[in-house]
Design a protein around this ligand. Structure first.
Ligand code: UDP
Length: 386
């Protein structure tokens, strides 16, 4: 019988679900039929009340009141405040998690969200099976919120050296810290595309094969002023290919419908796609917000980043890191974006070569395999639990 695993996420943005699905997909590849993974968003159940309403507000807050999101992020970014929240606003969620552990009877519980780690550990430790391993997989990249740093779990998967330092400061023993990188779908964990693959993909996706191609996206919610960026590039007269992925942002997709390039060819403007790896591998550069999932996927696709936006709190550090290592440039204004595309799209551009080299040295395509192996070993008892 397959070993049951419980993966806990929340659909705030798309990064938590994408990482959980990536690990589940990797387990199915590496050990087919051995695990039965339930990916559950406990915040989206009827009982969690205030938290569920806050999660519903995440998209609107990110789009229309970034300052308020930043204030909430920083106000909750301490162990003391989080402990208070667990005893008040998060209590219904704790009950939900306890019920889930009793009904699913998992052999391991894995949390992919900063507010679920302590609650998952409490739920397991209060259940009839307190020995079941609890694992945190951090899905932020550089700035690690206090909620991630839970010392009551058996293992913490950490994406970066900065994250490791944060977890050690929070009292997590070294043997429970696993700095493995951020999981991305196996479709991204392939050798970088060469020119031929790029051309083939462009043809299949309805893009001009020969042109330098710019992909514009903004995470699962299509945030960060997508329509303005896409229009600025399409209307610039630059001879580049363009594709726009709006994710769940239907309004942006409607506003951009009918967008055409300088030759009058229609530009693909899509909603939520499930083949992001194809779009990234077909492109030469991505214009995006600094979301951890998108950033890790772009690195694994050999794709330099033009960063136009970030969610304050968890994404600012990503942007600074990418700019520091040379894999990304921060170009919030249309003029800066235009100049960067002109420079990078020039044949033999030294700037482009330097960015590609920086991307190659930062990519962690093996992360998902390693994370999946750790979880599998802890669930089936073949890996020692620290
Ligand atoms: N994504 C996708 N299809 C879309 C838009 C986004 O699969 O149409 C995925 C993207 O590949 C990434 C995730 O959604 O895995 C977005 O995560 P990120 O951390 O970049 O931003 P968030 O949405 O969490 O703010």
């Amino acid at each position: 019988m397959a070993i049951p695993l419980l993966f806990l996420i929340a659909d705030t943005g798309g990064g938590h679900r994408a990482a959980a699905a990536a690990v589940a997909g990797q387990l199915a590849i590496d050990r087919p039929g051995e695990f039965d993974v339930a990916i559950i968003d406990p915040v989206d159940s009827p009982s969690p009340g205030v938290l569920s309403r806050t999660a519903d507000l995440y998209g609107p807050l990110i789009h229309h009141a970034r300052w308020l999101w930043a204030a909430m992020y920083h106000a909750t970014n301490s162990a003391a405040v989080l402990s208070l929240m667990r005893r008040s606003a998060l209590r219904p969620l704790r009950r939900t998690l306890r019920r889930m552990v009793e009904t699913e009877r998992p052999s391991a519980v894995v949390s992919f969200h900063p507010l679920l780690n302590h609650l998952a550990a409490e739920a397991v430790h209060a259940s009839a099976t307190p020995q079941v391993p609890v694992i945190t997989v951090i899905t932020d990249l550089v700035d690690i919120h206090a909620g991630w740093a839970c010392a009551d779990v058996d293992a913490v998967v950490i994406p970066s050296p900065g994250g490791l330092a944060r977890c050690r400061r929070a009292g997590i023993p070294a043997d429970r810290c696993h700095q493995l990188g951020l999981p991305v779908d196996s479709a991204f964990a392939r050798p970088f595309p060469d020119d031929r693959e790029r051309r083939d993909l462009r043809r299949r996706l309805g893009l001009n094969e020969e042109r330098f191609t710019v992909l514009v996206c903004g995470g699962a919610d299509g945030s960060g002023g997508l329509p303005a960026r896409a229009r600025a590039i399409a209307g610039s007269g630059l001879e580049v290919g363009l594709a726009v992925i709006c994710g769940r942002n239907d309004r942006a997709r409607r506003r951009l419908a009918g967008l055409r390039d300088p030759d009058g060819r229609s530009i693909p403007v899509l909603g939520f796609v499930d083949n992001m790896a194809d779009w990234m591998r077909a492109s030469d550069v991505v214009v995006t917000k600094a979301g951890p999932g998108t950033v890790s996927e772009a690195l694994c696709s050999g794709l330099p980043m033009l960063l136009t936006w970030y969610i304050p709190g968890q994404e600012r550090g990503n942007l600074e890191w990418l700019v520091n290592i040379g894999a990304g440039r921060y170009v919030p204004r249309p003029r800066e974006l235009f100049d960067a595309i002109v420079e990078l799209s020039a044949p033999g551009s030294p700037g482009m070569a330097a960015m590609r080299a920086a991307v190659a040295s930062a990519a962690r395509p093996q992360a998902t395999e390693r994370v999946a192996a750790l979880i599998a070993g802890m669930a089936d008892g073949t890996a020692a639990v620290a």
